[in-house]
Design a protein around this ligand. Sequence first.
Ligand SMILES: CC(C)(COP(=O)(O)OP(=O)(O)OC[C@H]1O[C@@H](n2cnc3c(N)ncnc32)[C@H](O)[C@@H]1OP(=O)(O)O)[C@@H](O)C(=O)NCCC(=O)NCCS
Length: 280
Amino acid sequence: MAFLPLRQLPLSPSASVLDAWLEKLADALADNTVDRSLVCRTTLCEIAYPAYASNWETAIEDSGLPLGTRVGLLALDPRNVTLEPEYYAECDDVRFQKVKPLLWLWYSFDRTVMGGQNVDAGVRLRRMLAPLIFKRCGRNFKAFQHVEFSFGYNLEVGDDVVIHRHVLLDDRGGILLGNKVSVSDYANIYSHTHSIVDQREVTNVQTVIEDGVRITYHATVLAGVHAGTQGMIGAMAVATKNVRPYHVNVGIPAKSITVKPNAPTPSDILSTSQRVAHEK
Ligand SMILES: CC(C)(COP(=O)(O)OP(=O)(O)OC[C@H]1O[C@@H](n2cnc3c(N)ncnc32)[C@H](O)[C@@H]1OP(=O)(O)O)[C@@H](O)C(=O)NCCC(=O)NCCS
């Protein structure tokens, strides 16, 4: 295998415009007196429907405009859309309504010409939004396009975490991602499950992914799984049970095929929960 660290790219000639846009948005989000639904709507309108950015209120009432344009304009405001978690019985409305405009901005930005695969702008925007949505977000958080959450507010994220494209982080029962966790493309991490008899019976249980764990492409982690420090879940695996520290688990259901050669002796390995207990 070759050692291929990421390259640094030169700044684009118009980088200052993006800097100014991000700064303006950061200021608006930092101001507690500003309605975040309005921030979301204005931000999206400027990108997606610039002709209506200064007259959104009159445009949505204008019967001379095509209905599709009017519903499109309405949908820029999170108060005019419903998100799936709002239908969940245990949704904490006070907490969810606070983060909903930010989730809607995150998801909708990814579907604009400015978002999607535009790495620099996307990573910087999501790094700004994440600490305002999550229960906790560490340093250098990096998320690529089309990441989805359930509540968002039940997610705890350590430092230097990377979430790749099209990942689902279902934090209904809570997800804890330790430091330097990497979640690869199209992976799913769940924290809720349904009774096999009556799907309305739901069990919410926290899923814990400890420091340095890599969940690789298209893998699925089921609710309540605890992946130990530096563990790895292989491509397409379904982790139904805990993953031991430094173990590489693959397959359906995922089982250990090997222990990483850099694993310390078993007594050197303390899980996050053990460490927390020790530090108390
Ligand atoms: C988990 C993984 C790293 C294992 O790689 P490895 O240690 O080199 O394992 P090997 O290729 O030596 O395979 C060992 C055995 O496990 C099997 N195996 C490996 N990966 C598997 C997988 N994802 N699912 C099922 N079986 C797998 C192999 O077929 C082999 O079986 P055999 O002994 O019967 O022939 C690799 O499969 C994987 O999933 N890579 C994902 C790529 C990645 O790193 N993504 C993150 C990028 S951000």
